[in-house]
Design a protein around this ligand. Structure first.
Ligand SMILES: O=P(O)(O)OC[C@H]1O[C@H](O)[C@H](O)[C@@H](O)[C@@H]1O
Length: 625
């Protein structure tokens, strides 16, 4: 039985030997902290450090070198005070402000040189051209032959034809209408329930991460409908969500989101939820909503089963840039979030990102810094640290946006480049008590993006927990202390500052990073809008499941014999004609045994060759199928 699997313990990894200590001592820097210790400019040190680095190479072998010949690099002759002044000057010179959005971008703590900016200029202009073409409707995703139109979602008049414009406007109208009707109780669940009280969102990847981020950032304390997510095919996770809903399943609006309409995890989530509805005696169709491309499997299912509503996803919007489509807007509106403001914030940011003057274009500045910091080849990771609890999921959202867009094996000319920038992070100051130790003193393989929110809490609620100091002052101090301490130790950072976390600023942040990714992709000459690598894992998963079916058939046949014939792994593999897959067959059997679907008759999973296995029951139908 499953208990015989108690022996299934894989050996712990062998302790690795500590490498000989050859690490050069870190830069000896003045200690910068928020207690006003004297500061020193660091871009000079960094520039000197980079002189000894080998030339930067990328696919096209024409990466812009990080020249250190700028005037900023001659630190030795400069006094500390002058360093401070030079740093302040750099801060002021490069500070970007979007007045209407109340958003600032500070890139002074990235040590790029004037010469680097100059040398990047032609590439930046090409990137601007690429973005213009994309917005005009070019096939910006050549592999899939698709237009890339997420910018039209917040400025429908920019759509390349009136058909697309109307599609966007009509969908937006339908989202408003539906959300208002649900919130007002005009659209309600079957009697006796009066109103929908919960949303259960079923989707994964781009069909979950945006809605999750926005819910965490913007949902009011008492939203008209509360939201929960099923974003995996983990049965225990699904059970947990359904159990948490309890009797409120009867007043739950289930929104199934999938652009393709065929993603297995989402399909499984739907089937599990439908089963829960059946078991509770509820009619799923009366509470189900689909957001998907027209005529997808999901769309057809929803239409045939007569679900409550269907909203379209467009071919020209990628999952990871779909937050401003029905995917993000419908769940947001149902939670009482002002989606018009989200769209307005994004549109304002897009407008700012259309200027071809690099210094005035915040997305271009970000992309430029990413290129500098990662040598244009992803040599450093992007650590995203919002100092605001409600922005916790921003880094997770950006992880997909950045890594699925930029993480590519080939460039647009077919050269193998293995591009990408790794993204991680949670929130400050929490992370200061977790991994900032390594950032400050360990391997210098990252740059940080601080997200600062100026407003601590709504007006009228603040109080001083010690003379002159509020709780929010601590958060502020922690952010700037960390920024200074990292910089003092040669760690670069970008800071994005917003006044408050509002639908407008969140819309602007989404748009800022979408455009930065687009520009960066152009700088390194890759297609940011496809994800061919994801298919490999999906295909391999399909093969595992196909092999499992063969294993089951073989075991079933042996288990239907009188007496039952327990099989060794080799015998199972031979009978499956898959001796080369013996390791996977072992894993399949171990998984089935752990779930009481196979019985280990002899041996233990700790020594796979020793086991003999059979099925608890003979499935006669299966035998003659
Ligand atoms: O929205 P769906 O079609 O269900 O896709 C969900 C996710 O699936 C994938 O594996 C893609 O790599 C993602 O970009 C996508 O967001």
């Amino acid at each position: 039985m499953a208990s015989s699997l108690s022996g299934i313990c894989f050996n712990p990894p062998k302790p690795t030997q500590n490498p000989p200590s050859q690490t050069p001592p870190p830069f000896q820097k003045f200690n910068l902290s928020f207690q006003n210790k004297p500061a020193t400019t660091r871009f000079s040190v960094q520039a000197v450090a980079r002189e000894v680095q080998p030339p930067i190479a990328n696919s096209t072998n024409d990466a812009v070198p990080k020249s250190s010949s700028s005037s900023l690099s001659s630190k030795s002759a400069v006094s500390l005070e002058k360093d401070q002044r030079a740093l302040w000057k750099r801060y002021v010179d490069w500070l970007y402000q979007h007045k209407e959005l109340g958003l600032y971008l500070d890139i002074s703590r990235v040590a790029f040189t004037d010469e680097f900016v100059e040398e990047m200029e032609p590439r930046m202009q090409k990137a601007f051209k690429d973005m213009q073409e994309l917005e005009k409707g070019a096939i910006a995703n050549p592999d899939e032959g698709r237009m890339v139109g997420h910018y039209w979602l917040r400025s429908p008049k920019l759509a390349p034809n009136s058909f697309l414009r109307l599609q966007i406007e009509n969908t937006l109208e339908a989202v408003f209408q539906f959300a208002n009707d649900v919130i007002s109780g005009k659209i309600k669940p079957p009697a006796p329930a009066e109103r929908f009280t919960q949303i259960l969102s079923v989707g994964i990847g781009g069909s979950a991460l945006g809605p999750q981020f926005v819910a965490e950032a913007l949902a009011p304390d008492n939203p008209p409908l509360k939201i929960r997510f099923i974003d995996n095919t983990d049965p225990a996770g699904i059970d947990h969500q359904i159990a948490q809903l309890g009797p409120e399943l009867a007043t739950t609006l289930v929104i199934v989101i999938s652009k393709s309409g065929g993603t297995p995890e989402t399909r499984n989530g739907l089937l599990e939820v439908q089963k829960a509805f059946r078991e509770a005696g509820l009619e799923f169709a009366k509470q189900g909503v689909a957001i998907t491309q027209e005529n997808s499997l999901l769309d057809n299912t929803a239409r045939i089963e007569g679900w409550l509503a269907r909203f379209p996803m467009f071919d020209w919007v990628g999952g990871r840039t779909s937050e401003m489509s029905a995917v993000g807007l419908l769940p947001a509106a149902l939670q009482g979030i002002d989606i018009k403001e989200m769209l307005a914030g994004a549109a304002l940011m897009d407008e700012a990102n259309r200027t071809t003057v690099v210094k005035n274009n915040p997305a271009a500045l970000l992309a430029l810094c990413w290129y500098w910091a990662t040598d244009g080849i992803g040599s450093k990771d992007m650590v995203v640290l919002p100092y605001k609890d409600s922005l916790l999921l921003f880094s997770r959202y950006l992880q997909q946006l950045v890594m699925e867009s930029l993480g590519k094996e080939f460039d647009l000319d077919g050269n193998r480049v293995n591009q990408g920038i790794s993204v991680y992070g949670n929130k400050g100051s929490t992370d200061q008590h977790a991994y900032i130790q390594q950032l400050r003193e360990g391997v210098n393989n990252f740059f940080v993006t601080f997200i600062e929110v100026l407003r601590d809490r709504p007006p009228g609620h603040d109080w001083e927990l010690e003379p002159g100091v509020t709780c929010g002052d601590y958060l502020f101090g922690m952010l700037h202390g960390t920024r200074s301490a990292l910089y003092a130790n040669d760690r670069e950072s970008i800071s994005v500052t917003v006044q408050e976390v509002t639908p407008r600023s969140v819309g602007a942040l989404v748009a800022l990073y979408e455009r930065a990714v687009g520009i960066y992709a152009s700088l390194v000459n890759i297609n940011a809008y496809h994800q061919p690598g994801v298919e490999a894992g999906k295909k391999a998963a399909g093969e595992v499941l196909a092999l499992q079916k063969r294993v089951l058939a073989v075991l079933n046949e042996a288990s239907c014999k009188e007496p039952v014939e327990p099989l060794t792994l080799e015998e199972v593999a031979d009978r499956c004609h898959a001796s080369e897959d013996i390791e996977m067959i072992f894993k399949i059997i171990a998984h089935m045994a752990a779930n009481d679907r196979a019985i280990i008759a002899e041996g233990s999973c700790g020594s796979p060759r020793s086991i003999k296995v059979f099925l608890g029951e003979c499935n006669v139908d299966e035998l003659y199928a």
